[in-house]
Design a protein around this ligand. Structure first.
Ligand SMILES: Cc1cc2nc3c(=O)[nH]c(=O)nc-3n(C[C@H](O)[C@H](O)[C@H](O)COP(=O)(O)OP(=O)(O)OC[C@H]3O[C@@H](n4cnc5c(N)ncnc54)[C@H](O)[C@@H]3O)c2cc1C
Length: 511
């Protein structure tokens, strides 16, 4: 009997499994896809191994870097090209201003700000310095704060493209406390939004805010899996957990209860696993596990269902959860030596309403990551574009749409012609389909915009209710806040708490 069943083999599930196995527990990870890693994934395009999901991590607190180092990849941690990205709007393109937070300029009259919003926009933004800040309301709407203090042009041309690119959401729905912790507090001490931006920048350590791994972030998954296997973790891929139940909650005399009794089950959890139709690695038959504890490490939608089955108080799960968002990553490997000049630095963020462009962002990956650029033949480049959810930013001309997995909203999947057209418009160089050496798209369904207003409170409510159920835990980006840094931090704390509980030791709960 395994001690713990981990449901979901993304970063959170793998890390929880690793930590529990290190502490002597027998662990089985169940993952419905054929590949482990979830949103951290490898895709091989024109013979080059690339990330088709996450490609970097926030350096905050050194959380991810220390995990990467523990796994023996510390020497391969790299910083991106400091050249930075550009922004493109209806009328031009220019490098993002140097002194900013989420696109909010710290120096509204600086040359690099005026280049994007003109004198009119810059003077309006400068009003922020002159307008008295009577009080900071207990507000959460980043878009509203920016518009009121600095005006429409700052919002539309600077902040919206950055927030859409980083958080897949519009500034009007993101929670300022989640995406820019400390910003509103700094406004009260500095008396203005731009002053608060400068104060936050001074507090942040010098250097890049993100790092990557030479060879790609997917190496993290390979290293986690190898370490898990070394410590005896078992995997079931191509297998979906369809039901989780507590033995003591099974009706006396029911078939499930009798099954459990006949099989001599000792654990308090019964986890039902079924092969996923069409999977390559899936088991031949359904399998039931008996376990002492269950860790739910899936995305939020399956997690809510599994937690309900596991007996979590239904009221805690009932919040107003937003519709699932989808994002598609399109990768081009292209031979065009004009790109050697890195015409748009590390990439381009797109302001809404930019004509002729469907993508919401472009990363010139081989310019951003030296390890990648150096590995390619002369004149070859890797460009990655992301496409938002079907909605106002997705024009009908963009291509076919593919039904995304798990019944979530359909992802917009652009065709090659659309991607080449977008890349040409964003890089300022007419590219040709004839020069494309490789093309791939990956549609990510259910990649919820975790930074939205109210999300933190809903997730906290769920976690508090999960605390009331012995031997049950939740890890993952939807519970911790999006991104690898937050996911790794929350998973480590949760897994060590569960390991203590399984040893019979008192469990310390983080605040
Ligand atoms: C395109 C994209 C780019 C990103 N870029 C970055 C970045 O550069 N930096 C950064 O920090 N973050 C980035 N992120 C976010 C980051 O990747 C995620 O926050 C993180 O990987 C989430 O990990 P997770 O383990 O919580 O969830 P997931 O990766 O979603 O893993 C959950 C797993 O559970 C499995 N599962 C679901 N239901 C079941 C079931 N019933 N039975 C079995 N298995 C199940 C799923 O198949 C999945 O593999 C990006 C996300 C996307 C989509």
């Amino acid at each position: 009997m395994p001690d713990v069943i981990v449901i979901g083999g993304g970063v959170a599930g793998l890390l929880a499994a690793r930590q529990l196995a290190h502490l002597g527990n027998a662990v089985v990870v169940v993952e419905e896809r054929d590949a482990l890693g979830g949103f951290v994934a490898r895709s091989t395009v024109a013979g080059v191994d690339l990330d088709s999901g996450a490609e970097s991590f926030a350096t905050r607190k050194g959380t991810v870097a220390s995990l990467v180092t523990e796994l023996g990849l510390g020497a391969d941690i790299v910083a991106p090209n400091p050249a930075g990205a550009w922004v493109q709007w209806d009328g031009g393109a220019a490098p993002l201003p140097a002194a900013g937070v989420l696109g909010i300029p710290g120096v509204p009259l600086a040359d690099d700000v005026r280049r994007i919003i003109g004198w009119g926009g810059a003077l309006r933004a400068y009003l922020d310095r002159l307008m008295p800040l009577v009080r900071v309301r207990a507000e959460t709407d980043l878009g509203d704060i920016v518009r009121r203090r600095m005006g429409r042009l700052v919002l539309e041309r600077l902040v919206t493209p950055v927030v859409a690119g980083v958080h897949s959401a519009d500034p009007s729905v993101v929670d300022v406390h989640t995406v820019a912790p400390g910003l509103t507090q700094a406004m009260t001490t500095q008396g203005s939004l731009s002053g608060a931006v400068m104060a936050l920048r001074e507090m942040a350590p010098a250097g890049s805010q993100v790092q990557g791994i030479a060879g790609g972030m997917h190496r993290l998954i390979e290293a986690l899996e190898a370490d898990c296997r070394y410590y005896g973790v078992e995997f079931r891929t191509g297998a979906r957990v369809t039901a989780v139940s507590r033995r003591d909650k099974l009706r006396p005399g029911s078939a499930e209860r009798l099954d459990a009794e006949i099989s001599g089950a000792r654990g308090q959890w019964i986890v039902e696993v079924e092969p996923v139709a069409g999977s390559v690695t899936g088991p031949d038959a359904a399998e039931n596990f008996d376990a002492r504890a269950v860790v739910v490490a899936t995305g939020f939608r399956p997690a809510l269902e599994l937690l309900a089955q596991a007996g979590v108080e239904p009221g805690a799960l009932a919040g107003e959860w937003p519709a699932p968002a989808s994002v598609t990553v399109a990768t081009l490997v292209i031979d065009d030596a004009r790109l050697d000049a890195r015409p748009r630095g590390t990439g381009v963020l797109v302001a809404p309403g930019t004509p002729g462009v469907t993508a919401k962002a472009l990363t010139h990956s081989s310019a951003k990551w030296a390890w990648l650029g150096d590995s390619l033949p002369a004149g070859r480049h890797v460009v990655r574009l992301s496409y938002g959810r079907r909605g106002p930013d997705a024009s009908a001309a963009a291509g076919r749409s593919a039904g995304a997995a798990s019944g979530a909203e359909e992802a917009l999947v652009p065709d090659l012609a659309t991607v080449v057209r977008d890349a040409s418009a964003l890089l300022g160089i007419p590219l040709s389909e004839a020069d494309v050496a490789g093309f791939a798209t990956t549609a990510w369904a259910d990649s919820l915009a975790f930074a939205t207003v109210g999300h933190k409170a809903r997730a906290r409510q769920v976690l508090a209710a999960v605390d009331d159920v012995d031997g049950l835990d939740v890890v993952g980006a939807w519970a911790s806040g999006t991104g690898l840094a937050a996911t790794v931090e929350q998973t480590r704390l949760t897994a060590s708490g569960l390991a203590a509980e399984l040893r019979g030791a008192p469990r310390l709960r983080p605040e």
